[in-house]
Design a protein around this ligand. Structure first.
Ligand code: HEM
Length: 118
């Protein structure tokens, strides 16, 4: 992905704000909240910030599990994957992220589905 995307959306503060907002909407959704039962949310959020930063062309500091390993056994269905993806796009759009970046993130979401959905 274009290395300038990370800077264009506002760097680390913007990514952290996006991940906070994403978890707020995801955990407020009855269809999704049960997946996170027993998860360490601070840990998850910090991994998500690192991963999203990397995906956007920022610092490559993600050291969590690969997506398949992190989601294996959770039984995530395609509808719920799409829902989380739509929330992510909505959150980024709400932060003023431009269309070119949103299109690139949609591309990453499409390419990652097979690793997360069962
Ligand atoms: C492309 C979309 C997604 C990305 C980039 C993503 C990213 C991540 C990351 C980075 C982790 C942490 C891995 C680690 O701790 O090593 C994680 C864990 C997790 N994700 Fe996702 N995720 C995505 C979609 C989803 C969806 C759709 C759901 C549920 C509806 C979900 C539920 C979870 C849960 C429950 C965990 C924690 C598992 C545990 O505690 O062991 N994720 N995800």
């Amino acid at each position: 992905m274009d290395a300038s995307f990370y800077a264009r959306i506002g760097g680390q503060p913007a990514v952290t704000a996006a991940v906070d907002a994403l978890y707020r909407v995801v955990l407020a959704d009855d269809r999704l909240v049960d997946y996170f039962d027993g998860s360490d949310l601070d840990h998850l959020k910090s991994h998500m910030v690192a991963l999203l930063s990397q995906v956007l062309g920022g610092p490559a500091e993600y050291s969590g599990r690969d997506l398949r390993g992190a989601h294996f056994g959770l039984g995530i269905v395609p509808e719920h994957y799409d829902l989380v993806g739509a929330y992510l796009i909505g959150v980024l759009a709400g932060l003023g992220v431009d269309d070119e970046v949103l299109t690139a993130v949609r591309g990453v979401l499409a390419a990652s589905a097979a690793d997360v959905v069962e």
